[in-house]
Design a binder for this molecule. Structure first.
Ligand SMILES: [Zn+2]
Length: 466
């Protein structure tokens, strides 16, 4: 029996995570993510991404971020009716994330039709809420650490990855022989709310993310955030934070609450302008299996660690418009995290030209996104059909990242008791992947290759490898 692995996304880039494992006639998809960012990548969401979709037996998801899960509704539309396995935290998050993605697709199509911005008339959404609903019907939540079958002879164990609620590494054992481990997105050590990434002891083939393979995050996220909040408040303006509704928003709330508690920042109105982020915050409250000791302790002490004193949640469009009319000093947290869509576009369109505004970037900004343009010092930005000059101050705090940096990734690799026969780097732009490959060779002397987009590689059985 030959087993193969094909990279169908997130190879040479950080979005579109999707890898196909074929073992004899069994086919398992690891992640099912949308491409985001650069136009030529986004256009691939529209083409045929997976050969013979109906032949896919099962999908295993590492976590609920759209670039790892957002293709599921399309898979369902293309006729896939197998099971989608993930942790129960991820299963809950998908109930919020997938319908939201479908709404965003519909909004985008509507906008394109209004502005005549699409070469297709009429512009159609990539998928609809109905497609998302069909996909959700296929999802099956599983516990951490307990092996389960995904298709005959293929068993999976999910372990905590510490990246967002429910995030997991995927350990796929094929016919009791070949062990493929997929890191998904690796989280960080000693961060608020979530437990640390769990070590994995063995892999024949390792599929490893490399987002920050070339960087080490500075420490002192809380101090950096306190400084930015103070400076924004002193200028009397609004601090706009584009944040992934899943996890970045919750961690920000956690840190703001804590900084208020210690008196490190003044208590300011905090507007969480994202119905999804507020739903997700509720889901976080329902999954204690993911909490670290600090979070457990805060809850035991009767604290509400995800709630700054002056928190206002804007759920409806009306409430969101009120946030738009509000003056500083104040903090607005709104998605999407790379300003590719969502309500944060309205806040940026309205406030970027005001020099009192501060925009704070707290996550990885992929090439081709508005977030990356801001990070790179763009003088103006196209938002909602108009060109908006950037007069706001733009800040970035890498220490708030949800991704392991180079050293944290190397630390996680230290958990393996023997070298994987082969390691493939995915989920990184070329520089990050190359830097991580070099670091792994230097530290551990392992066989490492950067995954090539759409390439297929062989997964030799364990016996042949020893
Ligand atoms: Zn992620």
């Amino acid at each position: 029996m030959t087993a193969t692995l094909q990279f169908l996304g997130a190879a040479g880039t950080v979005t579109g995570s999707m890898h196909l494992v074929c073992a004899g006639d069994r086919r398992v998809l690891l992640d099912c993510g949308l491409f985001q960012g650069l136009k030529e990548l986004r256009e691939r969401n529209w083409g045929e991404r997976i050969p013979e979709v109906r032949g896919v037996d099962a999908v295993v998801l590492s976590h609920a971020h759209i670039d790892h899960s957002g293709y599921l509704p399309l898979l369902a539309r293309q006729g896939f009716r197998g099971s989608v396995y993930c942790t129960s935290g991820t299963a809950d998050l998908l109930k919020v994330v997938l319908p939201d993605a479908a709404h965003l697709q519909e909004e985008e199509a509507e906008r394109a039709n209004r502005h005549g911005a699409s070469k297709h008339t009429p512009a159609l959404p990539l998928y609809t809420p109905r497609d998302a609903e069909v996909a959700l019907g296929l999802v099956q939540g599983r516990a951490y650490g307990e092996p389960f079958p995904v298709v005959g002879g293929c068993n999976v164990t999910l372990r905590r990855a510490g990246h967002i609620l429910g995030s997991a590494t995927v350990d796929l054992l094929i016919d009791g022989g070949t062990r493929l481990v997929f890191s998904g997105d690796l989280g960080r050590y000693d961060r608020p709310i979530l437990r640390d990434p769990e070590p994995v002891a063995e892999a024949d083939v390792l599929l490893l993310e490399s987002t920050y393979g070339g960087r080490t995050h500075p420490t002192g996220a809380e101090d950096a955030l306190a400084r930015v909040v103070h400076e924004a408040a002193d200028r009397g303006g609004v601090l706009v934070v584009p944040a992934f509704a899943v996890d970045r928003a919750q961690e920000l709330l956690w840190i703001l609450h804590r900084l208020e508690g210690t008196g490190a920042i003044p208590s300011l109105p905090v507007y969480l302008d994202s119905p999804m982020a507020s739903d997700v915050t509720d889901i976080y409250r329902r999954h204690p299996e993911d909490y670290d000791a600090q979070m457990e302790q805060a809850l035991r002490a009767g604290d509400r660690p995800l709630r700054p004193r002056q928190l206002h949640v804007a759920r409806t469009v009306e409430e969101s418009k009120q946030v738009s009319g509000m003056r500083g000093p104040a903090i607005i947290i709104s998605s999407s995290g790379m300003a590719t869509g969502g309500r944060v576009l309205h806040h940026l369109a309205q406030r970027l030209s005001d020099p009192r505004t501060t925009v704070l970037l707290v996550g990885f900004q992929a090439a081709g996104t508005r977030g990356r343009a801001l990070e790179d010092g763009a003088r103006s930005l196209r938002l909602l059909g108009q060109e908006v000059p950037v007069r706001a101050r733009v800040e970035r705090i890498d220490a708030l990242s949800a991704h392991a940096d180079r050293d944290e990734t190397l630390r996680w690799l230290g958990g393996f008791t023997r070298p994987p026969r082969q390691t493939y780097l995915v989920h990184g732009e070329p520089d990050g992947a190359a830097a991580l490959a070099a670091a792994i060779r230097e530290r551990y002397g392992w066989q490492v290759a950067v995954a090539q987009d759409r390439a297929t590689v062989r997964l030799a059985p364990a016996a042949a490898a020893r």
